[in-house]
Design a protein around this ligand. Structure first.
Ligand SMILES: [Fe+2]
Ligand SMILES: [Fe+2]
Length: 161
């Protein structure tokens, strides 16, 4: 059965489909690099100085994730994607932090699915790499939620079968 819907993470995927899904992940990592590079520089206001420094660190971590994910795509025989998912912009600091929070939540949801999908294919090493990325993404989510003065959102995993 063919399944190319990236959101349907509970379904088993083929190696080809896994390559496509990892390329979606890579495009999300590029998006994260761009947004953290820009937001870390344009966030203004004394109350945001700490988080601006934090976002600059996130940018470097997202680059590392992009390298890890593209390495896994290459290992699977795929060609790493070269396009970023759309980056939203705003003049308002709160909006920027909220966009990042939403993107991190989606990234975490996707990577949780990816770990399951990799393991179903017996690709335990790729699953392990994604787990290490997930640890960073969860830290990013918590940092953003804290900066926004809210609890980290509960992330629903794969939509029901
Ligand atoms: Fe990342
Ligand atoms: Fe992140």
């Amino acid at each position: 059965m063919k399944n190319t819907d990236a959101s349907a993470g509970h379904k088993s995927v083929s190696r080809e489909e896994l390559i496509d899904l990892l390329n979606e992940d890579l495009s999300r990592e590029y998006q994260a690099i761009i947004s953290y590079v820009v937001y870390s520089q344009v966030l203004k206001g004394a109350e945001y100085m700490n988080i601006a420094g934090e976002l600059a660190k996130h940018a470097a971590e997202e680059l590392n994730h992009a390298l890890i994910v593209s390495n896994q795509i290459d290992y699977l025989g795929g060609m790493p994607a070269v396009t970023a998912k759309n980056v939203r912009t705003s003049e308002k600091a709160v909006d920027m932090l909220r966009f990042d929070l939403e993107n991190e939540a989606e990234t975490i949801r996707q990577y949780r699915n990816r770990v399951r999908q990799c393991e179903e294919l017996g690709e335990y090493a790729i699953a392990e790499h994604i787990r290490t990325i997930l640890v960073d993404e969860q830290d990013h989510l918590i940092a953003l939620a804290t900066a926004l003065g809210q609890d980290a959102p509960v992330i629903s995993s794969a939509r029901a079968a």
